[in-house]
Design a protein around this ligand. Structure first.
Ligand code: SD4
Length: 342
């Protein structure tokens, strides 16, 4: 039986559309610059980006620096230390987009430490947007990126060996409040959310220009060659310098299906606040198949041109980090389902 809280959350799906006016602002407008990042390791990522933003640097440089920082750490979900696919190979997805709608992207690249910088190189030096697999790696090496060893990080190796015991192919992702286990699980917030995941960040610089970047090792134990939403412009990241920017985390297939971040930005274009826009995009995922939605997680995070930010998720547990002159904090996103262990 649904408890009252869950009923209230679900009933919002059936509620008539609120007027755009009511949803237009959540009142957290910031002075620029500002950067917002997914998950609670967004705090350190924001700090890296802030080194550039606070010196009147370009938002494109700031988001790249933030993504590179986390690509250098050992993390379940980002960089070469992340969990591998079901063949035991780490493949990375990343993208970047600037204020002129220039964008670059890499999918399923192997043995390259900074896929976000490869994405930027593609954006700045080729007529293309996306390179994948061997071609992306070849391009990276030709452009001075070092080919790194293939070995898994110690925690990834342990997680993979555990997974191999059953080799269950379950693309169920990241329902934080189920409390995972394994080497990357702790530390958790009190509410059960983990301290890391795919990194998506969007920023406004002192000149008022917006950029974004995403970097990830994607879904753990995926089929070799699978590419998620993260490197797909309009799915894992979208920036429109006149309106705002959005990024996503969670089960990429669900985000791709609805062109998630493009949808969020379009809702903002029509006057919705970042949080309301993220909520409307999440509703699309839930309305498609509510039973299925209960088994997965997707979170959207958005920032509008005014510096207002907001997020919404399918499940409890998605958090994001904010850094501006006035604020430095982690914010739990609102959500539809609380299907936790309680
Ligand atoms: C993917 N969206 O590969 C990524 C994974 C992720 O939280 O964001 N996890 O589908």
């Amino acid at each position: 039986m649904l408890n009252r809280r869950k009923f209230l959350q679900l009933s919002t799906l059936a509620a008539p559309l609120l007027s755009l006016k009511n949803m237009a602002s959540n009142g957290n407008a910031q002075t620029k610059p500002i950067v917002v990042s997914t998950w609670n390791n967004g705090k350190e990522v924001n700090a890296e980006a802030w080194k550039i933003l606070s010196k009147n640097g370009r938002s494109l440089d700031a988001v790249e620096a933030g993504a590179r920082y986390v690509e250098d750490t050992i993390d379940c979900c980002i960089g070469l230390g992340g969990y591998p696919d079901r063949d035991g190979i780490v493949t990375l997805d990343a993208c970047i987009m600037d204020e002129h709608a220039n964008c670059g992207s890499v999918g399923a690249i192997e043995q390259i430490k900074h896929p976000v910088s490869v994405a930027r190189k593609i954006m700045e030096t080729t007529p293309h947007i996306m390179l994948v697999g061997d071609g992306a790696q070849q391009f990276a090496i030709e452009n001075g990126f070092k080919k790194e060893p293939k070995e898994l990080s110690a925690p990834a190796k342990e997680a993979y060996q555990n997974w191999l015991k059953k080799s269950e192919y379950k693309p169920e992702i990241n329902i934080e409040n189920k409390k995972g286990n394994g080497p990357f699980a702790p530390p958790f917030f009190d509410d059960g959310s983990p301290n890391h995941d795919t990194m998506g960040l969007v920023a406004i610089d002192a000149s008022g220009n917006m950029s974004g970047a995403v970097t990830t090792s994607g879904m753990a134990f995926k089929i070799h060659g699978r590419v998620g939403d993260s490197p797909i412009i309009g799915a894992g990241l979208f920036v429109d310098n006149e309106v705002g920017a959005a990024t996503s985390s969670g089960l990429g297939e669900e985000v791709i299906r609805i062109c998630g971040t493009h949808v969020v930005v379009e809702y903002m274009r029509h006057g919705l606040s970042p949080e309301a826009a993220c909520k409307k995009a999440i509703e699309r995922i839930i309305n498609r198949d509510m039973q299925r939605a209960k088994t997965l997680q997707v979170g959207f995070l958005a920032l509008n041109k005014k510096g207002e930010y907001g997020a919404y998720a399918v499940q409890k547990g998605f958090v994001f980090a904010v850094k501006s002159n006035g604020e430095e904090k982690i914010v739990p996103a609102k959500y539809f389902f609380d299907l936790g262990v309680t």
